[in-house]
Design a protein around this ligand. Structure first.
Ligand code: PEP
Ligand code: MG
Length: 321
């Protein structure tokens, strides 16, 4: 089976009815890019930059971050690299953070923290922008809830660009900026986010957590964590529909994207860009290669209309059969 999968490495990821599907890799550390390239990822769909900040007493400097981002951008040889800005708080905490939130999952985390510490954010943005001169970098903003946050983040990106121009640094003036859809309100309001952004990326790990009110780190409720809950599927479907209508690319970068049992459902819902741990790329590609999207779409619609968990499971099995 492993041998069979390996043979798929070099084949293009196209469905039986000729639809191209982009299969990207998620990475945590800069050196993970090499595994992603070995597995023939079409690019990096999520570089979790916070790993540069964890397990240390100080902050990484602009120079250190620049070197890390440049390493990834160069190693991908012209493929896109989506660099997510600092997403800490909640499950990933930092030694130097002033104090833990009362409820870390709902507190001052990710973009909220960055907007409250603009110097920290500007340093990172400058490093990402400088790396964009060496390849195809993209900026991804995590945990967006409100449009006001997005406006502030976009203004800080402009400020970082201005400061680089003044310092004579080169960068990609047209660097694409995207936002993560991982809070239910953002999914419902995807249209307004999409209008101000170049692309969206659905973070299903947090989207499920916040939609179902299930702490993703709490074993006591892990059995209730359900990617197939109709509420979750509706939010994904809606976000994908908005992307199609506004011609903005939408990817999924949560664990759902790397689960081969969900590949055909996501294809049927309209997903064309998946980002996952590199170890899952080939088994997801195997599903893409045996899929006919024209047939999956009505089946996915049927699943969307079902509410009963057993019926949903049965429909999923039929879809995968
Ligand atoms: C997600 O929430 O789905 C996601 C991709 O981000 P993280 O798992 O790093 O929170
Ligand atoms: Mg997340």
């Amino acid at each position: 089976e492993q041998q069979k999968l390996k043979r798929l490495k070099t084949s293009p990821s196209t469905t039986l009815d000729g639809i191209e599907v982009e299969l990207l890799a998620n990475i945590d550390m800069p050196q993970d890019v090499h595994e992603a390239m070995e597995e023939k990822a079409a690019g990096i769909g999520l570089f979790r930059s916070e790993f540069l900040f964890l397990n240390r007493a100080d902050l990484p400097s602009e120079e250190e971050q620049f070197e890390a981002y440049r390493h990834v951008v160069e190693a991908t040889k012209g493929r896109p690299v989506v660099i997510r800005t600092l997403d800490v708080g909640a499950d990933k905490s930092l030694a130097w953070l002033p104090q833990a939130s009362v409820n870390p999952a709902l507190g001052l985390r990710a973009i909220r923290l960055c907007l409250s510490e603009p110097q920290l954010f500007l340093t990172q943005l400058r490093a990402i922008l400088r790396a964009s001169h060496y390849g195809r970098a993209r900026i991804l903003i995590p945990m967006l809830a409100s449009l006001a946050e997005l406006d502030q983040a976009l203004a800080l990106i402009e400020q970082a660009k201005d400061s680089l121009r003044q310092d004579g640094h080169l960068f990609d003036e047209a660097i694409p900026v995207g936002g993560m859809i991982e809070i239910p309100a953002a999914a419902l309001a995807a249209e307004w986010f999409a209008k101000k952004l170049d692309f969206l990326s659905i973070g299903t790990n947090d989207l499920i957590q916040y939609t179902l009110a299930i702490d993703r780190t709490d074993d006591a409720v892990a059995h209730l964590y359900d990617p197939l809950h109709p509420g979750v599927i509706q939010l994904i479907r809606h976000t994908l529909a908005v992307g199609r209508r506004l011609k903005k690319s939408v990817s999924v970068c949560g664990e759902m994207a790397g689960d081969p049992k969900l590949t055909r459902l996501l294809l049927g819902l309209g997903l064309r860009s998946f980002s996952m741990h590199p170890a899952h790329l080939l088994s997801v590609k195997q599903q893409v290669l045996r899929s006919h999207v024209g047939e999956l779409t009505p089946q996915a619609t049927k699943l969307l209309k079902a509410g009963d968990p057993l019926r949903i499971q049965a429909l999923l099995e039929r879809l995968n059969g």
